[in-house]
Structures are given as structure tokens and as C-alpha cells.
Design a protein around this ligand. Structure first.
Ligand code: FES
Ligand code: MG
Length: 568
């Protein structure tokens, strides 16, 4: 079968000369004779994405593997998004990164691709791109960082920033101690070491079949990551030779396996949005309700922050994702094939748990049924999500008075005021923070608790918003309310003082008011002004709601790997 890259390099005419001549630069002559697959390494290394800054070294090992298997490796810098730096929110740029990578893969003489990601949005954007081009593709997750310690206590990235800063606000930790902990938080290269979004999406990539099984969760500084990177480079060449494409790997069965995995690891709510977006690129039928149907009933086995105690290094030492999946192997669909050409379930034999305080056994789960609960009601007609594992059990059924905030600025201005009319039974509502409203659906849903309640010892309250929350955060937080307030969702009609009823067991989220009264109110469509130009304008005009993965409407589906018209 002719390689795709042959459309550029084969022949003896002016144009093939042109394509070859500029690419030679020391490449051997037989790089262009049509036998050696050209493998792009879509590399999100960037100094401004600190979690991915080591990926050039990973890319070097991938290259060695590609060469060893007879391919030609080519570095392709990919748009990189650093979760902690990028404003107004990294999520605003996920679709842009996906679009840019998709287009560059299609436009170039490439036969297959190795995707290098780590920080939250990078693996999702790479998978969305790969799904839409459908070139043979495989992921190497950059891996979590090692555990940092402060005053003898392990620090969880993200999770402990939220916890320690609340301790400062509550007056139980000095600001000096808080700032001293700063240099201990990030001990090594790699992404956040909690079961936040980066760790979750690495596990999702593996559960979808898009990594060599056993790769995800390998700590970034661990030599075994480079070994796996070498193996992945070799595999990429095989993928091209076998014609094994993402559409064959990421089937509905793989997505359902990913949902089971998400529940068993206690993964981030952000995975819901990302998996829906990836499925949308493949035309795989996947809905919000699949998360609830397939995920609830799955036991929570991984005792990692924010739902539990440990960190990613512990998970790897305890046996890693394969050991977790082996415990729930009966819940996985054996028909879902991985990049190896064999089913995911084939790769689980012999995966042992070495520390069952980190990976609990099936008979002794942390929670008998975990997963993501999908709520509906007159406040969220198209759905909202809550992660019971990260919530306070006593708040999962709750009735309280709404305290409504129209923006994060409004939260900052009023939350700590001694005059704010709020108590621990109140329900904090934040709106105007959805995909269109912010814009970009930032991680502000876990809004802080009012200082006066913190001082009283309150550590959790029901919070509701159209935003997301960091995968490293915790609390009884209802997120992704759809439609969002800025799209005219019912959240826009709630007022301070309204009785809100949350009933997670019944999967309901309602405001206890007559429908007519609600409908008669003028909606408060807060949010940012419509951007005048550029990406933000395109984004706001085309972004889908959270229940559709917050992709752009014209980016759903696939354009395949069609070779464009000649450039000269
Ligand atoms: Fe990059 Fe957490 S900030 S993974
Ligand atoms: Mg995050």
C-alpha cells in the first residue's frame, strides 16, 4: 500500500523534487522512496507549559524508536496550553489547539503521529485532532511529577493549594508557612501528581486504547517513561504498516471502557467534557447519560487526592492503571481494541496490586459506586454533573437558599463581606462562567467558602455553576450546568433567596418555584461582552454547550487524512 507521504515525495517531476530537496538535511536517500513511514511527533513541549517542558527528551526517545523500526521521525511542535498560566482559561484554547494540530497533520507529508501531551488540555486537544484526521496515532503521556513534601507532609498539586489557601483564610495557617510551601509543591518535571485532569486524561488515553497499555502514570522522571517512548516510536511505524487508525481504536466500546475507568480511578469531572468532544470528532454516539449509566455502580478503587489520600507516584508503585483495570476487568468491553491491535482486556493479565491501601481490591472499595452523577431538573434541563466521591455525603441531598453571584469578580467583591447574608445551609450559585459566558468555561465552579463560615469551621457547602472545576478540587460542587446562563439557561433566572433542591440519588437539581414564575423573570445573561475579533469571537459564536463537549459546532466530525492540492 502506498504511503500517504508518497503523494509528496514519489516521482521525478519538479514538485516531488521540491518536497524532497528541502527535507533532505541529512536524511538518508531511502527516506523518500516510499518504504519508510514518516511519523510526526506532535510535541506540546513549551517552557510556558511547565508540566510539558520535558517532552523534548521524551520526543528523542520516540525518535530512536521510529528509526529503529524503519520509520522517519519528524518533530512537529504543537500548540501547547499551560493550565496555570493561560488566561482567561486554558479551556478557551483547547479547540484552537485541536484545530491547529488537525490542520498541520493533514497539510503535511505525514503517515502517522505520536502525540506527546501532559498538562490538562494537551492530551484532549491532541486526541481531538488525531480523531478528526484519523491518521494512525498513539499517545505518550508525559507523566506525573514526583511527590513533593513540606514539613514532612506530602503535597498534592492543586489540591493542597486549595486546601492550604483556605487554611490561611480560616486563620489556621500563617501566610509565611503557606508561601514557604510554594517551592516544595513542584518537586520534579511532569504534570500534577493528584488525580486531577492531567492524570485522568492520561488514564483516559490508555483506557481508550490510545497508549501502549501500562504507559500512563509512569512518572515523568522515571527511566521507564523513556523506554515506553522508544517502544511507542516503534509501534507508530507498525500502526502505519497495519493501517490501524484512531477510528478503529476509539469506538463506542472504548469510550464505555474509559467511563468505567474514570469511575474506578475517581477521575476529574473535566474528563466528561473532553471525552464528549473526542467522541464528537469520531462520530461515536456518546451522551452525558452514558457517564451515569455506565459509571455508576463502578467501585472507586484508587485512593488518590482529591477524592482520597495518595498521589500518582503511589499509584504507579502500587501497580498502576493496569492493576486497577484488572480489578474491574469484568466491567470492561473485551471487544475494544487498543493501538497494539489487541483488546485492552488482553493486556491486564498478571497486573498485580502491590499496595492495596493505594489501589483497593474489588471486595474493599473506597466507595461501592462512584462515577459521575448527571443531574437534570428545572435548573439544568440539558444536564449538570457532580462527582459524589469528592463531595460531602451529607450534602448530596440538600435544600437551601440561593446566594447568587453574577461573575467571579462579584464573588471576589462580596464573598468575604461580613454583611453577606449566608449560612452553611445556603447554596452558592455562580453564573456567567460557561463556555460562552466567560468565555471558555473556566475552573471557577468550586468557588471558595465565605470567610465567616470558614472561621466557624465550615469546610463544604453546595455550590452550583455553569463553570468547570479543577480536577484537583473537591467539595459538593454541581458543575457544567447546561444550558449556561449566557445562553439563556434557567440559571439566568435564579435570584438570591430562591429555594434550591439538590437530590443526587434522584439525579435532580431544581429551584422550588412555579415554572410560570421562573419563566416570567427577566434572565440575567451575565458574561463577558461579545468579543470583537479573533479566536474569541469565533469561539463564542460557535461553541457548543458543556453537554456536547464544548467543541465548536463546525469542528465536530472528521475530515480524514485527505491529501490537499499541490502547493506549487
Ligand atoms: Fe499542568 Fe496541573 S497544571 S497538569
Ligand atoms: Mg486544571
Amino acid at each position: 500500500m502506498a504511503l500517504r507521504s508518497s503523494h509528496w515525495y514519489a516521482g521525478d517531476d519538479r514538485n516531488s523534487y521540491l518536497h524532497r530537496a528541502w527535507m533532505r538535511r541529512g536524511l538518508p536517500r531511502d527516506a523518500f522512496t516510499g518504504e519508510r513511514p514518516h511519523i510526526a511527533i506532535a510535541n506540546t513541549a513549551s517552557d510556558l507549559t511547565p508540566c510539558n517542558s520535558h517532552l523534548d527528551e521524551v520526543a528523542d526517545s520516540v525518535k530512536q524508536g521510529v528509526w529503529a523500526a524503519g520509520g522517519v521521525p519528524l518533530n512537529l511542535p504543537a500548540l501547547s496550553i499551560g493550565e496555570t498560566n493561560v488566561r482567561p482559561t486554558a479551556m478557551l484554547w483547547r479547540n484552537l489547539a485541536a484545530m491547529a494540530t488537525e490542520e498541520m497533520l493533514r497539510a503535511n507529508p505525514i503517515d502517522g503521529v505520536v502525540l506527546l501531551g501532559g498538562c490538562d488540555k494537551t492530551i484532549p486537544s491532541l486526541l481531538m485532532a488525531a480523531a478528526s484526521v484519523d491518521l494512525p496515532a498513539v499517545v505518550v503521556p508525559g507523566g506525573p511529577m514526583l511527590t513533593g513534601r513540606f514539613r514532612g507532609v506530602a503535597l498534592g498539586c492543586g489540591t493542597d493549594v486549595w486546601r492550604l489557601s483556605e487554611e490561611v483564610r480560616a486563620g489556621t495557617l500563617s501566610r509565611e508557612a503557606f508561601l514557604e510551601s510554594e517551592s516544595s509543591m513542584i518537586r520534579s518535571r511532569g504534570h500534577c501528581n493528584t488525580m486531577g485532569t492531567a492524570s485522568t486524561m492520561a488514564c483516559m488515553a490508555e483506557a481508550l486504547g490510545m497508549t501502549i497499555p501500562g504507559t500512563s502514570g509512569t512518572p515523568a522522571p522515571d527511566s521507564r517513561l523513556l523506554e515506553r517512548s522508544h517502544d511507542t516510536g516503534r509501534l507508530a511505524v507498525e500502526l502505519v504498516r497495519e493501517g490501524r487508525r484512531p477510528s478503529r481504536v476509539m469506538t463506542r466500546a472504548s469510550f464505555l471502557n474509559a467511563i468505567v475507568t474514570l469511575a474506578a480511578i475517581g477521575g476529574s469531572t473535566n474528563a466528561v467534557v473532553h471525552l464528549l468532544a473526542i467522541a464528537g470528532r469520531l462520530g461515536v454516539e456518546l451522551t452525558l447519560d452514558d457517564f451515569d449509566r455506565t459509571g455508576s455502580g463502578v467501585p472507586l478503587l484508587v485512593d488518590l487526592q482529591p477524592a482520597g489520600r495518595h498521589l500518582m507516584e503511589d499509584l504507579f508503585r502500587a501497580g498502576g492503571l493496569r492493576a486497577v483495570l484488572n480489578e474491574v476487568a469484568d466491567l470492561l468491553d473485551p471487544s475494544a481494541v487498543t493501538v497494539t491491535g489487541r483488546p485492552l482486556t488482553d493486556h491486564l493479565a498478571g497486573a498485580e496490586i502491590w499496595d492495596d491501601t493505594v489501589i483497593r481490591r474489588r471486595a474493599d472499595p473506597l466507595l461501592p459506586d462512584a462515577g459521575i452523577a448527571v443531574l437534570r431538573g428545572n435548573l439544568a434541563p440539558d444536564g449538570a454533573v457532580v462527582k459524589p466521591a469528592a463531595a460531602s455525603p451529607e450534602l448530596l441531598r440538600h435544600r437551601g437558599r440561593a446566594v447568587v453571584f453574577d461573575s467571579v469578580e462579584d464573588v471576589h467583591a462580596r464573598l468575604d463581606s461580613p454583611d453577606l447574608d449566608v449560612d452553611e445551609t445556603s447554596v452558592l450559585v455562580l453564573r456567567g462562567c460557561g463556555p460562552r459566558g466567560y468565555p471558555g468555561m473556566p475552573e471557577v465552579g468550586n468557588l471558595p467558602l465565605p470567610a465567616k463560615l470558614l472561621a466557624k469551621g465550615v469546610r463544604d457547602m453546595v455550590r452550583i455553576s455553569d463553570a468547570r472545576m479543577s480536577g484537583t478540587a473537591y467539595g459538593t460542587v454541581v458543575l457544567h450546568v447546561a444550558p449556561e446562563a449566557a445562553a439563556g439557561g434557567p440559571l439566568a433566572r435564579v435570584r438570591t433567596g430562591d429555594p434550591i433542591v439538590l437530590d443526587v440519588a434522584a439525579r435532580r437539581l431544581d429551584v422550588d418555584l412555579p415554572e410560570a414564575e421562573l419563566a416570567a423573570r427577566e434572565p440575567v445573561m451575565t458574561g463577558h461582552a461579545r468579543p470583537v475579533r479573533g479566536w474569541e469571537r469565533l469561539y463564542v459564536d460557535h461553541v457548543l454547550q458543556a453537554d456536547r463537549g464544548a467543541d465548536l459546532d463546525f469542528l465536530t466530525g472528521s475530515s480524514g487524512d485527505a491529501v490537499g492540492r499541490e502547493s506549487h
